[in-house]
Design a protein around this ligand. Structure first.
Ligand code: 5AD
Ligand code: FES
Length: 333
């Protein structure tokens, strides 16, 4: 296969005349390296309280219009049990950066959920090495922390109180602790260039990420970016397809943001390189409040409905549902 240099990636991203070729090549690489099985991860959004001020995110602490919630540790464990009972082999615990869940609380949650014989993924933000180590020792298997953009200037504009270098430190720590590491980027941030998206793709390869989540930016009315245009669905799909072609056997979710911008967004993503879907298993009373961006799908649906719905869709495109933990490549526990 030809070499995907920075120049080549930029050329592909700028030229829409080869899109069909790109998407079918990504689909072929997906089939060859990770097969037809789709891994389903049950997503629990357990707190929408966040100390950060990411310019694009509806959960930013400066947004006073959303009703905040925290799910108690025992209730998170119960939600996880319910998700396991309906068939999930991975539980994803996601939240804003909320210090209420200190290391002890997080580790108790992880240890208890681990008893249900599932893989655990965390998406809870930037922590210290010691905290990450404690989560890993408690049994967490994977961690999601998107770099969001590798353009340092843009990163610092988008995250006024955060540091790009600390983000990198977190990713490095996670990797060294033996987590499967998921990262990724937003596509269509105001001021983002095609060149920087090419750099994002090369960065994912350089740090040898195990999972990559790509989603279009969606403008949220309660943020400083309320007047910005949404990202482009096709461009996000192209970044994702290139990641599959270049990184081969990693796990790539068909992201919810893709489906927000296109009614069949997740299925199209599954046919353009993706092999994972993360249906929501949070109780209906909280779903609408986890409004990272507007138009989020499934906000009124019960966990079992989403499971049934997405299984049906996956089977309708000739794919099957994985029955294993879904670690990268063939590695299972
Ligand atoms: N549009 C799309 N995705 C967003 N995220 C945060 N805000 C938005 C938005 N407005 C993504 C970020 C974060 C993930 C959990 O959600 O990439 O890492
Ligand atoms: Fe939630 Fe389709 S995945 S209703």
């Amino acid at each position: 296969m030809e070499e995907f240099t920075r120049e080549k990636i930029i050329e592909i991203l700028k030229d829409d005349s080869q899109n069909d070729w790109l998407f079918s090549l990504a689909d072929k690489v997906r089939k060859e390296y990770v097969g037809d099985e789709v891994h389903l991860r049950g997503l629990i959004e357990f707190s929408n309280i966040c100390k950060c001020t990411c310019q694009y995110c509806g959960l930013r602490c400066a947004n006073k219009t959303i009703e905040r919630y925290r799910i108690e540790p025992e209730d998170i464990i119960d939600l996880a049990k319910m998700a396991v009972d309906i068939g999930y082999k991975t539980i994803v615990l996601q939240s804003g950066e909320d210090n209420f869940y200190d290391t002890d609380k997080m580790c108790k949650i992880i240890e208890n959920i681990k008893k249900f014989d599932v893989a655990i993924t965390l998406g809870i933000g930037e922590k210290t090495y010691e905290q990450y180590k404690a989560y890993r020792d408690a049994g967490a298997d994977r961690f999601l922390l998107r770099i969001e953009t590798t353009d340092k200037n843009l990163y610092e504009k988008m995250h006024p109180h955060m540091s790009f270098d600390n983000r990198l430190r977190c990713l490095k720590d996670l990797k060294s602790l033996g987590f499967e590491v998921g990262t990724g980027c937003l596509v269509g941030l105001p001021g983002q260039t095609i060149e920087s998206l090419a750099d994002d793709i090369l960065f994912f390869k350089e740090i040898e990420a195990d999972m990559i989540g790509i989603g279009p930016f969606i403008s949220h009315p309660q943020t400083p970016l309320k007047d910005a245009d949404n990202g482009n669905f096709i461009l996000a799909l192209k970044v994702m397809a290139l990641v599959r072609i270049i990184m081969k056997n990693i796990n790539i979710p068909a992201t919810t943001a893709m489906e927000t911008l296109h009614e069949n967004g997740r299925l199209i993503a599954l046919q353009s390189g993706a092999n994972v879907v993360m249906p929501n298993v949070t109780s209906t009373e909280y779903r609408a409040k986890y409004e990272i961006y507007p138009g989020k799908i499934c906000i009124n649906d019960e966990p079992s409905k989403c499971r049934g719905c997405i299984e049906g869709k996956i089977k309708s495109i000739g794919r099957s549902i994985s029955q294993n933990y879904g670690f990268r490549g063939k590695k299972q526990r």
